[in-house]
Design a protein around this ligand. Structure first.
Ligand code: C2E
Ligand code: MG
Ligand code: MG
Length: 419
């Protein structure tokens, strides 16, 4: 039973019966509420549901049967036990009472011990029922939560599985393309190099960001064949430009750490360069700081071999990873690309400005070229010029472009940024 005393509602039209019941029940430690008719009883129950109702059958107006059937007919009050009080001893009265849902009967005149025992037993039953009810509600809630979680997980899993399936098909069906973004030499204002960026139009969805699909390709082990395709396509393109009015131009490709560790990046690059007749110094690989930090010994050896071939090496997104200065000395690097995160607020955030200046000085003191990516405004450009940055890349000059637009730009637009 609950620790606070149970509250019992006494419903009887006779004041002396109410008085007697109040006295007896309070003596047993219960709290009591009293009503002199059926309407008042229903009002009280609605205000403050009692733990048990002692209900007289014969009352003027609404009788006990009516009150009991209303209480039992309402799901909010159906669990409150009812003891009917009756001077009628005929069995038919008891049957009518039971039909309405009352649990017990006590005959008037009321006998103290019988009253106490019936009340006590019914309250015990109710407490037990309440506990079961609470427990089953809790279980229902937990079940609901679990099935919600499963539904959420299922949706996520399904989306991921569908993306994986679509990417496998994309590899089979050759659905990838390359766009190229120009890099501009700040000293002369001319386009000096390009970055090749992978593009995928997912059928039925449109363009998907490589920041989304490249990690999935990595996890599927598909970045090795796709990366090989990127390198080969870029070498083919450099060779084509070499023989056109555009002339040979340096192109950087983004390379995933997986290509170094799982694939044979060096052999793939050597083969493509040779196959298309491209001099290695036109090709640069961009590796992020974090991919350099995985499996460092193997990575350093691989990069040294690339460097020995004449291919340039750039650290992409520099400043956000965790490469130490000691590592910078050990890696054979040509270029640092300052991460877009510092450039974004370089003119408004003094800390970003200080970091950017420091990276530029650091790069120059190690004899490295430094490129700022994500340059969108003239103010950012002016800051980078003053700080001595070598090259910029960003929407201010051009977005990454498909082949036809890029070739038009390379032929027409140079010297736009000005020295
Ligand atoms: P990333 O190599 O750092 O490439 C620069 C990203 O910045 C590109 O996003 C480019 O479109 C975007 N960007 C350039 N200028 C601006 C600018 O002014 N403002 C802003 N807000 N963004 C600018 P994209 O093409 O979505 O590529 C995202 C990343 O996906 C790349 O970052 C690179 O890590 C990866 N990725 C792209 N292509 C390849 C690839 O062929 N192989 C591998 N392994 N990763 C790739
Ligand atoms: Mg890059
Ligand atoms: Mg970057």
């Amino acid at each position: 039973m609950a620790s606070s005393p149970a509250t019992l509602l006494i419903v009887d039209d006779e004041p002396q019966v109410r008085k007697l019941l109040e006295t007896l029940l309070r003596h047993e430690g219960y709290q009591t509420l009293s009503a002199s008719n059926g309407e008042e009883a229903l009002r009280l129950v609605a205000q403050q549901p009692p733990d048990l109702v002692l209900l007289d059958i014969m009352m003027p107006g609404m009788d006990g049967y009516e009150v009991a059937s209303q209480l039992k007919g309402n799901p909010a009050t159906a669990n409150i036990p009812i003891i009917m009080l009756s001077a009628l001893s005929e069995p038919s009265a008891r049957v009518s009472g039971l039909e309405t849902g009352a649990e017990e009967f006590i005959s008037k005149p009321i006998e103290r011990v019988e009253l106490w025992l019936r009340v006590r037993n019914l309250l015990r039953l109710k407490a037990h029922g309440d506990q079961l009810h609470k427990h089953s509600q809790m279980l229902e809630q937990q079940l609901q939560q679990r099935s919600d979680e499963h539904a959420r997980l299922d949706v996520q899993d399904l989306t991921r599985l569908e993306l994986e399936k679509a990417l496998r098909l994309a590899v089979e069906r050759d659905e990838f393309a390359l766009h190229y973004q120009p890099k501009v030499e700040l000293a002369g204002g001319a386009v000096c190099a390009l970055e090749a960026l992978l593009r995928w139009d997912r059928p039925g969805y449109g363009a998907i960001s490589p920041a989304v699909f490249v990690p999935v390709l990595e996890s599927l082990g598909l970045i090795v064949p796709v990366g090989r395709w990127v390198i080969d396509r870029v070498c083919q393109q450099i060779a084509a430009w070499q023989c056109s009015a555009i002339g040979a131009i340096e192109v950087s490709v983004n390379v995933s750490g997986h290509q170094l560790i799982e694939g044979d990046l060096i052999a793939d690059i050597a083969q493509s360069l040779a196959h298309h007749g491209v001099d290695p110094h036109w090709l640069e690989v961009e590796l992020t700081e974090s991919s350099l930090m995985e499996n460092t010994e193997h990575t350093i050896t691989g990069l040294q071999r690339l460097r020995a071939m004449g291919v340039k090496i750039s650290i992409d997104d520099f400043g956000t990873g965790y490469s130490s200065l000691a590592y910078l000395r050990r890696f054979p690097i040509d270029t640092l690309k300052i991460d877009i995160a510092f450039i974004r607020e370089v003119t408004s955030n003094p800390q970003d400005a200080a970091i950017t200046r420091t990276i530029i000085e650091l790069a120059h003191s190690l004899d490295l070229r430094v490129v700022a990516e994500g340059v969108e405004t003239q103010a950012q450009l002016a800051f980078l010029k003053t700080a001595g940055c070598d090259q910029i890349q960003g929407y201010l000059f051009s977005r990454p472009l498909p082949m036809a637009e890029l070739e038009r730009l390379l032929l027409e637009k140079s010297g736009l940024v000005g020295p």
